[in-house]
Design a protein around this ligand. Structure first.
Ligand SMILES: [Zn+2]
Length: 204
C-alpha cells in the first residue's frame, strides 16, 4: 500500500511541467507547511474548480456562481455576431480582449496540432468548432483564425481550413487569417493593441 507522501507525489506529478523529482520536492514542501495553510490551499482549489465553468458556446473558462452555461462575452448582445475569432487558449482571448480592438465573438480551440499528429481532433476542439459554426439561426459569416505565428500554429491553420472547408462552402462562411503584423514566433498572449488592430485590419 502507498504511504501518503507517495500518493501526494503521484498526484503532483500530474501537474503540467512537473517531473518526478520536482513532484517529490513539492510533496515534502507541502507537508512542511502548517495545517491551516494547507487547509486554505485545499479549499481554494476546490472552490476554483467548482466555480469555474466552461462556456458551452466559446469553450472558455469563466467564473460562475449561477447556473449560467454561457460566459459574459457570449451572452453580450452588443458584440458583433458576424465574426468568430478562433484562438488557441484562454489567455490569448483575455489578452486580445484587453487590447479592446476586437468586438466580435470568440472560440477557444484549446491547443494546436502539428502535421505529424495522427489524431489532430484529440488536440484541438475542432468538432466543437464545427458544431459552433453550424448552430441553427446563427449569424456568423466569417471565421478569423488567430493562432500563433509558429510552425504548430501554421499547421493548425492548414488543418482547420481543410477540416472546415466543406461546411464553410455549404454555409457560405469565409475563413480568414489574422494579418501578420506579428513577427514570427510572436504569441498572441503578448500582443499589444496597435499590433492587434493592424493584424485584424490586415486579415485575409
Ligand atoms: Zn463564451
Amino acid at each position: 500500500m502507498h504511504d501518503t507522501l507517495t500518493t501526494l507525489t503521484e498526484l503532483l506529478r500530474e501537474l503540467p511541467g512537473i517531473g518526478p523529482r520536482q513532484a517529490r520536492r513539492l510533496a515534502y514542501w507541502f507537508v512542511r507547511r502548517d495545517h491551516a495553510w494547507v487547509e486554505r490551499f485545499a479549499r481554494a482549489l476546490i472552490a476554483a474548480r467548482d466555480k469555474v465553468k466552461t462556456c458551452d458556446l466559446c469553450m472558455r473558462l469563466f467564473p460562475s456562481e449561477h447556473t449560467a452555461s454561457r460566459c459574459s462575452l457570449c451572452s453580450n448582445h452588443h458584440r458583433d455576431a458576424h465574426l468568430l475569432l478562433v484562438v488557441e487558449k484562454d489567455v490569448d482571448l483575455e489578452n486580445i480582449e484587453k487590447t479592446g480592438t476586437y468586438k466580435g465573438r470568440y472560440f477557444v480551440l484549446g491547443g494546436t496540432t502539428s502535421n505529424l499528429d495522427k489524431e489532430p481532433e484529440r488536440k484541438v476542439r475542432v468538432r466543437e468548432l464545427l458544431a459552433r459554426i453550424t448552430l441553427p439561426n446563427d449569424t456568423i459569416s466569417e471565421i478569423v483564425l488567430a493562432l500563433s505565428a509558429t510552425t504548430e500554429g501554421e499547421d493548425t491553420v492548414a488543418f482547420l481550413k481543410e477540416y472546415l472547408a466543406p461546411t464553410c462552402t455549404n454555409h457560405a462562411l469565409k475563413i480568414s487569417i489574422l494579418g501578420r503584423g506579428l513577427s514570427t514566433g510572436t504569441e498572441l498572449e503578448y500582443v499589444d493593441a496597435d499590433t492587434m488592430k493592424s493584424a485584424l485590419l490586415g486579415r485575409s
